[in-house]
Design a protein around this ligand. Structure first.
Ligand SMILES: Cc1ncc(COP(=O)(O)O)c(C=O)c1O
Length: 470
């Protein structure tokens, strides 16, 4: 409820009406609760609205200190300018904005080339990897149904095989689109999956297998080569053609630059589609993802909608319709601005800082780093307490947040590794060397505090970030 709390009822001390004073010096909202339930009957001056909203957001966490998120928290001023200048352009209006549509197509072609597509292909700009995964998996389902119908076989029990190390969006797809999820549980000492894990779950109703390049949990990759080899063998021996989709939400922009010789993409025969988040290591602000098919024929034709719009035949393949163009423009800006050597430099810089942070955290003496030093991994540090202590990872996350406002999540792994607790710090462009040093010192300090005071209070713990899916 709004409460009118004007300092006087009609006149201020010097006899001037408070409304006049308010208009001259202050803002109505300073003495009122912000509108929260009903559309206010009357508005307020633009500057007041700017302050009301802006000042409220200041008490949110600072994205720069959010080491939980994979999503980009800094872009160059020139990119920001392009974004600001293109906020009013609806991406779906292809006929009116053909150059914007062309920029999307250029990005798709560049990504297809980066991922070694064998020839001409197709893809789509999406809201993020989640939409890309929904669309990619729908195409798997439709293509599977086509194959089954052609063979005169039933199509009522599709299943999708993936590991417990996937992002929640894969389960969401299965629930929303009526597909049986066949989830390979993790093991207490292995947090990714390989061919031997997948094999028992695949059958003729399998629409596809999903493998992750850079898991949300520890940043490592599934054994994509092994899974591909198994699926190739399955095709040769049993004639079962089960496609592989690679969820490269984070890894799709990291592996090509840090591990160019590691094969995970269309160089592998069964990899038919790949999603990648432009707003993660594509280095664009939130709101852009990409779905890339190996060949045009991997996109089920039935999923494409054609319409005649202002005299132009337009094909759409999205879950949404209207959406902004700014992030497509920003993605293309990054591609031409950074090129291969720019992305490569930035990824190597993040990796070097992640390795230094891992060294510094190990040097504290309380922690074990997760994963082998030479393992292919996203630029992040996943770590856990090495010994029994009077406190645990969730306490450290809470203590670190209260002492230094760092957002470093603590969480447990998926079944059957769910007794394992992990902390994880993303090392992005904005976490330069002096900040990784500061972060390691702050982690050490938080541990010192906890050694003296014991666990944090359960109310403090309740505020800890206990999820990994960002
Ligand atoms: C492996 C993986 N897949 C999918 C997603 C969902 O991506 P988005 O947030 O771009 O929708 C994430 C997000 O963290 C992810 O890490």
């Amino acid at each position: 409820m709004h409460q009118e709390t004007k300092p006087t009822d009609g006149h201020s001390r010097d006899g001037v009406n408070p409304d006049v004073l308010e208009a001259r010096y202050g803002n109505r909202f300073l003495l009122e609760e912000a509108p929260a339930e009903k559309l206010p009957a009357a508005g307020m001056p633009a500057l007041d609205a700017l302050r009301l909203v802006g000042e409220e957001l200041v008490i949110d966490g600072s994205p720069m200190r959010n080491l939980a998120t994979f999503v980009t928290t800094w872009m160059e001023p020139e990119a920001q300018r392009l974004i600001a200048e293109n906020l009013h352009r609806n991406f779906i209006d292809h006929a009116e904005y053909p150059r914007t549509a062309e920029l999307e197509q250029r990005c798709i072609r560049m990504l297809a080339d980066l991922f070694h597509a064998p020839g001409e292909t197709t893809g789509a700009r999406t809201q993020g990897s989640s939409e890309a995964i929904m669309l990619g998996a729908l195409s798997l389902k439709w293509k599977w149904r086509e194959r089954r119908e052609a063979a005169g076989k039933p199509t009522d029990r599709p299943n999708l095989v993936f590991g417990g190390d996937v992002h929640v969006v894969w389960e969401k797809f299965c629930r929303y689109f009526d597909v049986e999820p066949r989830i390979v549980p993790l093991k207490p000492d292995k947090y990714t999956i390989g061919a031997e894990d997948v094999e028992p779950h695949v059958d003729e109703n399998t629409i596809g297998v999903a493998a992750v390049l850079g898991t949300t949990f520890t940043g490592h990759a599934d054994d994509i080569v092994g899974i591909n080899d198994y699926l190739v063998e399955l095709k040769r021996q049993r004639g079962l053609d089960v496609p592989l989709h690679v969820d490269g939400a984070s890894g799709g922009f990291v592996w090509p630059f840090l591990y160019p010789h590691s094969e995970w993409d269309f160089r592998l025969e069964q990899v038919r589609s790949i999603n990648v988040s432009g707003h993660k290591y594509g280095l664009v602000y939130p709101g852009i993802g990409w779905l890339i098919f190996r060949e045009r024929s991997d996109l089920a034709e039935d999923l494409v909608f054609y319409e005649n719009y202002l005299g132009k035949r337009d094909a759409t393949f999205t879950l949404n319709f209207s959406t902004g163009s700014a992030k497509v423009v920003a993605q293309y800006y990054n591609f031409v601005r950074f090129g291969r050597d720019g992305y490569s430099y930035i990824m190597h810089t993040m990796q070097a800082n992640a390795r230094k942070l891992a060294e510094d955290i190990a040097a504290i003496g309380d922690f074990a780093i997760i994963g082998a030093e030479d393992a292919e991994q996203l630029p992040l540090v996943a770590f856990q307490l090495a010994h029994e202590q009077s406190f645990e990872e969730f306490d450290i996350a809470a203590q670190l947040a209260s002492e230094r406002a760092w957002m470093v999540p603590a969480y447990t792994l998926p079944p059957k590794a769910d007794h394992i607790k992990i902390m994880r710090a993303l090392v992005k462009e904005t976490l330069g060397r002096s900040l990784t040093t500061a972060l390691a010192q702050d982690i050490a300090q938080a541990c010192e505090t906890l050694k003296q005071k014991g666990q944090v209070h359960h109310t403090e713990r309740a505020r800890v970030h206990t999820n990994s899916g960002f």
